[in-house]
Design a protein around this ligand. Structure first.
Ligand SMILES: *[C@@H]1O[C@H](CO)[C@@H](O)[C@H](O)[C@H]1NC(C)=O
Ligand SMILES: *[C@@H]1O[C@H](CO)[C@@H](O)[C@H](O)[C@H]1NC(C)=O
Ligand SMILES: *[C@@H]1O[C@H](CO)[C@@H](O)[C@H](O)[C@H]1NC(C)=O
Length: 497
């Protein structure tokens, strides 16, 4: 049985007290049709001030976290002043990246479940001890009259006597998104399910489908790596019909699937508003955030300058249509190109092998296969340059630390750096007149498309210059306004289906 208060398993008298004095919130996330309307939103890419990797007192822990909370307050004020109704902060934006299971302990707070308890931490702060951060966030949301989505660490005590899977140290520690309403009310708590080397944390014991309603529509939230998994993400989108997804993340850039490519592709593929707030930690290659609509990015940042946080604000359209089905990914099988007589370049990303077939002329129709997964490309370049571009194909597993893996199939059209077609590129000159890139025999059901150009040394999303037909085909009538960095079409699934 689920306790109404996740934190009070050990203190039933206290639970009874709360049950008497706090009205039960009406169970939310019913499945009826939503009525989303346009709204202005903000995301903050935060250069986190990481807590030091040592055991500290609760007082020191709170002081360390408050360094980030003070920045959140400033940015929230600015965003609200510009009319934003909701602001999203990144994963690990209060704790930083240097804590482990032991050193994080004094940073964690207990938190009630807002499905069962109405709690406004800034109005009735003394109901729960050790909730300094929650009180402060609630106050900031209330004072600025804005919804705040923040990631922090929470805990629940447990005992192996009643719970055989209780960790050795008697508590579960969760990577948690908390949401405060414009009145400072705690309206949502989501615990990360799919961990990615999250040393301090345990995964949520079961997937949670967390949604909440606002005057401007219904929202769902997940964290970082969760986005790639059926539970909770596909269920939220398909069953709960969420069309506004809030996404605190701390995601490394992984060529060719760098964050702005990945984020824009997810919003486009699933046709929802995707508010992605990443950490800004350049030495770990974490950066790239944005507000993405089904038609493309409304605002984004991809900036590798250390220490440069960024507040993004954009107007989001209402999305009420259901998620479009990805059409059969089984494309007519095409025969591997037997006439190829060019040197194939190899590369790999986290164990995923790529093959690259360099483009040879100003105009070609080519194909390249990896097993029975094939990519074809029909292109024309405006002016021949000495730059090397290649059609790439991948079909296999990405291996993730912690005994995890994901099945990935990908087609890319990318600029290479010499023999390296997965390298960082700092400039490009080649303008494509047109191209059509198609994937054949996708086995994954989630397929993500994106096209990125280069302006000087910056990556630029050119969302209105190409189309995606939901059948594994990117089409660009061209000519592009800027030189191409990469076009990517990739499928991801938890298993090789
Ligand atoms: C909070 O802590 C104080 C002092 O440690 C204690 O007296 C009080 O009972 C606690 N309150 C709750 C709600 O746990
Ligand atoms: C492929 O290239 C090699 C060496 O460049 C050449 O000898 C051979 O005839 C070529 N084969 C075809 C089918 O073009
Ligand atoms: C390219 O960057 C320059 C300088 O930042 C800017 O003025 C220009 O508008 C950009 N061009 C395009 C097409 O984005």
């Amino acid at each position: 049985m689920e306790s109404p208060f996740s934190l009070v398993g050990r203190n039933n008298i206290f639970a009874a007290f709360l049950l008497v004095f706090f009205p039960l919130a009406i169970a939310q996330s019913t499945l009826q049709a939503t009525n989303n309307v346009p709204y202005r939103a903000a995301v903050y890419e935060h250069a986190v001030i990481s807590a030091p990797p040592k055991v500290v007192s609760r007082t020191e822990a709170v002081a360390n976290m408050m360094k980030n909370v003070r920045v959140y307050e400033e940015q929230t004020k600015i965003a609200a002043g510009k009319g934003a109704k909701i602001i999203v902060f990144p994963e690990d934006g209060i704790l930083g990246l240097d804590l482990d299971r032991i050193t994080v302990k004094s940073y964690l707070e207990e938190i009630p479940n807002p499905r069962f308890v109405n709690w406004n931490p800034s109005e009735t702060p003394n109901v729960y001890n050790g909730t300094e951060i929650q009180r402060e966030l609630s106050r900031i949301a209330k004072e600025n009259h804005i919804y705040m989505v923040v990631n922090m660490g929470t805990k629940v005590t447990c005992t192996t006597k009643y719970d055989p899977s209780c960790p050795f140290d008697g508590q579960r520690q969760y990577n948690t998104n908390v949401v405060y309403s414009q009145n400072g009310m705690l309206v949502a708590v989501y615990k990360k399910r799919n961990l990615y080397i999250d040393l301090p944390f345990d995964p949520a014991p079961e997937p949670e489908y967390v949604t909440f309603d606002t005057p401007f529509g219904r929202f769902g939230t997940v964290i970082c790596f969760d986005i790639l998994f059926k539970e909770p993400t596909s269920v939220l989108l398909e069953k709960y019909k969420i069309r506004n997804l809030l996404y605190p993340t701390a995601m490394k850039n992984l060529k060719p699937f760098v964050n702005i490519i990945f984020e824009s592709a997810v919003a486009r593929a699933h046709s929802f508003n995707f508010l992605a707030a990443n950490l800004h930690v350049v030495k770990r290659s974490m950066y790239g955030s944005g507000l993405y609509s089904p038609e493309g990015a409304r605002a984004y940042v991809y900036n590798a300058n250390p220490g440069e946080s960024r507040l993004l604000i954009a107007d989001m359209e209402a999305v009420n249509e259901e998620m479009p089905s990805t059409h059969s990914t089984i494309q007519p099988k095409i025969d591997p190109d037997s006439t190829i007589n060019v040197t194939i370049i190899k590369g790999s990303v986290l164990g995923l092998q790529f093959l690259f077939r360099p483009l040879l002329g100003r105009q070609e129709v080519i194909k390249l296969c990896y097993g029975d997964f094939c990519c074809s490309l029909d292109y024309e370049i405006m002016h021949q340059t000495t730059e090397r571009y290649a059609l790439g194909v991948a079909n296999g597993f990405i291996y993730i630390p912690g005994d995890n893996k994901l099945y990935v199939q990908a087609c890319t059209l990318s600029k290479c750096y010499g023999e390296n077609c997965l390298a960082e590129i700092t400039s490009a000159k080649t303008i494509f007149e047109r191209f059509n890139m198609a994937a054949h025999n996708f086995k994954t059901s989630k397929i993500y498309p994106s096209v990125v150009a280069m302006n000087e040394s910056s990556y630029v999303l050119v969302d209105d210059e190409w189309t995606y037909n939901r059948m594994g085909e990117i089409h660009l009538d061209g000519p592009m306004s800027l030189p191409l960095y990469t076009a990517v079409l990739f499928g991801v699934s938890e298993h090789e289906d």
